[in-house]
Design a protein around this ligand. Sequence first.
Ligand code: GLY
Length: 572
Amino acid sequence: MRILSVLLVFLVGCSSKKPEGLRTVELLPGHTRAQHEATSQGVMITSQGTVSSQAGLEMFRQGGNIIDAAVAVSFAISVERPQSTGIGGGGFLIFYEKKTGKSYVWDFREIAPLKGHAKMFLKADGTPDPEKSIYGPFAVAVPGIVRGLWEIHKRWGKLPWAATVQPAIRLAEEGLPVYPHLVDAIKYESPRLKADPDAAKIFFMPDGSIPPVGHILKQADLGKTLRIIAKQGVRGFYEGSVAKNIVHTVRTNGGIMTAQDLQGYRAKERAAIEGSYHGFKIISMPPPSSGGTHVVQILNLLEQQNLSQWGPQHPETVHRIATAMQISFADRAKYMGDPDFSPIPSTELSSKSYAQAMQKYFGPKARPSKDFPLPAIPDDKTETTHFTLADSEENIVVSTQTINGWFGSGLVARGTGIVLNNEMDDFAQAVGASNLFGAIGGDKNLVAPKKRPLSSMSPTLVLKDGKPFLALGTPSGTRIISCVAQTMLNVLEFRLPLYDAVAATRVHHQWMPEELRIEKPFLPSAAFKDLEGRGHTVKRQALGCQIQAIQRVGNRWVGVSDPRGEGLAIGE
Ligand code: GLY
C-alpha cells in the first residue's frame, strides 16, 4: 500500500521536478519519506503528530466530516505535543467550504485578563521585566482553544462532540512514547517544570529524571479533564472544577486571572485577508495575526521581481526575499495589533499599490534596517503547532494553535494536566524598549484588558481557478511568516514538487535584529559570500518551522508533513 502511495506521489508530481542542486533537509533519524508524504483521492491530513493525524482519519472513518476531524486533531495534538500547544492555549482556524465557496475564519486567540494593563510587565524602575511575561502566572493569557473548537463544531460538526474528544482521551490515558523533541523541550524547561508540582509529576520520571525516548508518557489528569469537556462541552472548561483549578493555580502563584475572565472568553469570526500571486488567490489570517497580511505583502513585493529567472536558492533570489521580509517586518512593528482596539491597515499593507510603492527599497545591496524609520518588533520564543486537512469534496481546514513557548508559562493548572500558555509575551512590554530577545514593541500591541496579543500564525489557503490548490501553515513565531511565504513561492513561482518545496532550505529576515538567517542544509559557500558582499549579516541558524501542507495535483491531494519534524501525512 505504502509503495503504491509513494509511486502515485511520484507520478502526480511528475509535472514538476526537483531542480539540480536544490538544498533540501534530510528526514529525522528513523523516519521514512512515506510518513511525510502521502497521496489520496479521498481525505488528507498533515499534522505534527502521528497519533493526531490518525485521530483525524478516525473521525472520517466514523462518518464524520472535516470539522469533526479538525476538532479531533486539535484535542489529540494537545496531548501529543504538550510542549507546543494544548487546551491551555489559543489559535486560529480557516475552514474553506467547497459548496458555498466561502472561507470561514475563526479567531480563538487568548486574551489579556481584565486586570491586565500596559505597564504590567515593567519593573519599579520602569524598565521591562521579560521574565515576567515569559514564565509564571502573569504570562498566562485567558485560553481560547476549547471555546473556538466548541463554536466551530456546533456550527458544522456532524459527529457528537464527545466522539471528537475520544482519541485525545485515549492518548492521554494510555500514553504516548516520548520522542526526542519532547525530551529536548523537557530538558530545556526543567527548572521551571520542576518548580511546579503538577508539571513535575507529569513530565518527569518518579526519581525526577527526564523521561527517556520511548518511555510511555501518560497524562492521567489531562485525560480526566478531557472526559469532563467531552461530557459537559464548553462549560466543562470555562466553568466548574476545571476553571476553578486554572484560576487557583494562577492566583496562588500571585497572578491576576479570575473566574470572570474565563466565563467571559469568546471566540470571534473574522473576515479573511485576501491577496493574489500571478493569478492564484490567497486567503489567510487577518489581525490579530500579522501572519496573513505579511505573507500577502511579501508575495506582492516579490511578484514584481521575476524570481524565476534566477531560481529558488540563487543569492539574487535570497537577497530579494530578504528585502521583502525586511519591509514587511518593519511594517509589522509599526502597524500591527488587535483590530478590536485600534484600526489596523492590513488592507493597505496587503495591497498591490503599496507593494508597487515599496519597490524602491529593492536594490543590489542590503539596506541597513535603520533605513526603515520604524520601531522594532518583539521576537517570539515559540513552539506552536499547525495541521492541514482536506476531504473528498475539496473542503479544507487549516489551523495553527499554540501555548507560545515550550510548555508555555511552565505552570500546569492544579489537578487538570492543562499546561497554561505564556501568550502574554506576544504583547509588547513597552514601546521602544528591548525585550528579552533584543527586539522592541509597538504601541498597538501594548496590553489592555481583553485584548488579543499580536500573533504571526498564518494558516493559509491558495485557490487556482476558484478551486483549492494549496493549503499550509507552520509553527515558529515570527519565522512562520517567512516559512509560509517561501513555501508558497517554491510552489507558485518555482513550481517545485510539494515535498521539495517544503524540504528546501529556508531563510528569514525580520528586520530587527539586523540579520539574515539561513538554516541547514546551508547554501553553497559562494552564496554566503555573495550575500555578505551585498551587506547582509548572514547567520547560520535553524528557523524551527515545520510546514504541514496539502496540494491539489490533478484529481488527488498530495500531503506533506515537514521532514524536519515528527509529523505524519496520511490519506485515504
Ligand atoms: N505565539 C506565536 C504566535 O502567535 O505567533
